[in-house]
Unconditional design. Sequence first.
Length: 107
Amino acid sequence: MSAADLTEALRALAHPDRREFVRACAGAERSAGDLAELSSLSLASVSEHLKVLRKAGLLVLDRRGRHWMYRADSALLTAIAEAVASLGDDDVRGASTMTMTTPSTPL
């Protein structure tokens, strides 16, 4: 997973409603109408959130007969969790090549 992809996914997940939509779609396929019913948001607002989540790759849209259903991309969610968990690793942080300095004058 590239740093840019991780950043986009984390930005998409920064909004609590979008996190709830991903959680709901991880358990079962859901339509936009289903997600609107689960939340207190209008269908238009839900659609905007779903657009952000699809762009980040977190949700996948599948056609089921006459209906469009959203599902979470579990492989991407796993990759995000692993990337976040590795933030403490020296190689990921670049700690071996970066040093922290303190300013010479107090801020």
